[in-house]
Design a protein around this ligand. Structure first.
Ligand SMILES: N[C@@H](CCC(=O)N[C@@H](CS)C(=O)NCC(=O)O)C(=O)O
Length: 191
């Protein structure tokens, strides 16, 4: 049985929860209190951060690495495209996701420049999604899952209006039609 060291409010954990749900992988959750982390979590991950997964005593941190591990260990349903170019593009998007999340955190911290910087990132994402329906390439996959936790939290926790970004809003509604992502919507609603 796989164990996920998890925190409901953590968007990085959300990535892993969504992949686990998409693939129908059974797992147990150990909820970590981010305001009062147990010291033993440093034995699982030297940074003390979640998510971490554990299987038979083998531990793996880092959401992007965990997503790819789950994809390789449980290839069905596929969340990386068959075409190497699509796979590379999805990895590039995930690799550069911090360009998107840094402004999100600036906005969340209430920095004066946060709103403008995050709006720029939303515009970029919207323009991309206007050209192709998925961040992962020809089909829904890991890159979409990598971004959606922050988009959901921006909309539902920070009150960001997605109206000015129609392609992004459409992408989000397609994602929310998937039970794995809808479940994450409920998690965010309960935060
Ligand atoms: N690069 C890590 C980031 C994980 C991360 O920052 N998790 C946050 C919760 S959302 C955390 O554990 N924060 C505790 C801390 O920074 O001390 C990943 O992708 O898994």
């Amino acid at each position: 049985m796989l164990t996920l060291y998890d925190a409901a409010r953590c968007p990085y954990c959300a990535r892993v929860r969504i992949v686990l749900a998409e693939k129908g992988i059974e797992y147990e959750t150990i909820e970590i209190d981010l305001d009062d982390r147990p010291t033993w979590i440093y034995e699982k991950n030297s940074t003390g951060r979640v998510p971490v997964i554990e299987e038979d005593g083998w531990v793996l941190p880092e959401s992007a690495v965990i997503m790819e591990y789950l994809e390789e260990r449980h290839p069905e349903p596929a969340l990386l495209g068959a075409d190497p170019a699509d796979r590379a593009l999805a990895r590039l998007r995930i690799f550069r996701c911090e360009d998107f999340t840094r402004p999100y955190y600036a906005l969340r911290r209430g920095e004066s420049y946060g709103r403008g910087l995050f709006a720029e990132q939303l515009e970029r994402l919207d323009a991309r999604l206007d050209q192709r329906p998925w961040l992962s390439g020809a089909a829904y996959g890991l890159a979409d899952i990598a971004y959606v936790p922050w988009v959901l939290r921006a909309r539902d926790r920070l009150g960001v209006d997605l109206g000015p970004y129609p392609a992004l809003a459409e992408w989000l509604s397609l994602l929310l039609a998937r039970p794995a992502v809808a479940e994450e919507g409920h998690v965010v609603a309960g935060l």
